[in-house]
Design a protein around this ligand. Structure first.
Ligand code: BTN
Length: 234
């Protein structure tokens, strides 16, 4: 694993995309200051100040896309949940990859891939982490959001968190690529609080409301008999 720190950047994902040729496999690009952080569905990801983390894993597992890569965000969510658990709290995964603490979002994942002439140049898994914030920081954010320090009632050392998370991520990464979602399914389910509950699920073409019945062996969610491989519980 290679770690690269940036003092400030528009977005670690954008930086990784622009420099993909010169970035080695298994590199972590990280910063505490993003001026143009991007979220899913064209949302913005807000900079909460110096004691927070934005990072992108740059991965170059092969030249061709494989189905297992689409589950990497779920793998990342699991490793995040395991890392948060080390702080004696009870994280939950909202399908596919948001982490909630007491029902409030604490981190987000944005995965992107870079293709050129039909070949995969790299996968970029961007993670935004709310580690240290003040309650009032969240007045500008419309979602219900929290930060780790507010949940554990003490400040969090961002470097300690970064090291724990990167270790957890890379310790299981090769095995995950080889064996796929099924190899983490039961651990993922142990954090998934939405199974059996009513959810509203949205992807690019539909929004439906119904009971989340189960997670399939390839990480899709079944809601009212309909299988969703992509989308979000909203
Ligand atoms: C979401 O909408 O929940 C995903 C948020 C992802 C934010 C991270 S911060 C690091 C990386 N760089 C970005 O611009 N976005 C991702």
């Amino acid at each position: 694993m290679i770690k690269k720190h940036l003092n400030e950047v528009n977005s670690t994902n954008t930086y990784a995309k622009e420099h993909i040729k010169n970035i080695k496999d298994k590199t972590v690009i990280y910063t505490s200051h993003q001026t143009g952080g991007r979220g899913r569905f064209n949302r913005v990801w807000v900079d909460l100040g110096d004691e927070n983390l934005f990072l992108s894993f740059v991965l170059k597992p092969s030249k061709d896309l494989k189905p297992v890569y689409s589950n990497l965000t779920q793998y990342t969510a699991l490793k995040l949940a395991e890392t948060f658990k080390e702080y004696s709290i009870n994280p939950q995964i909202k399908w596919p990859n948001d982490i909630l603490i007491n029902g409030k979002k604490i981190s987000g994942i944005l995965a992107e891939s870079v293709m050129s002439e039909g070949k995969l140049k790299g996968l970029i898994i961007g993670v935004g982490l709310n580690l240290n914030a003040k309650e009032e920081d969240f007045s500008q954010i419309d979602k219900i959001v929290t930060a780790l320090n507010l949940e554990i009632k003490k400040s969090v050392d961002k470097n300690v968190f970064l090291n724990k998370f990167c270790k957890n991520f890379f310790d299981g990464y090769d095995n995950f690529l080889e064996h796929g979602f099924i190899s983490i399914k039961s651990e993922y389910e142990s954090y998934a609080n939405f199974i059996g509950k009513e959810v509203t699920i949205k992807n690019f073409s539909t929004t439906i409301k119904g009971i989340a019945e189960k997670i399939t062996d390839n990480g899709a969610i079944i809601v009212e008999g309909q299988e969703f491989l992509t989308g979000d519980i909203i």
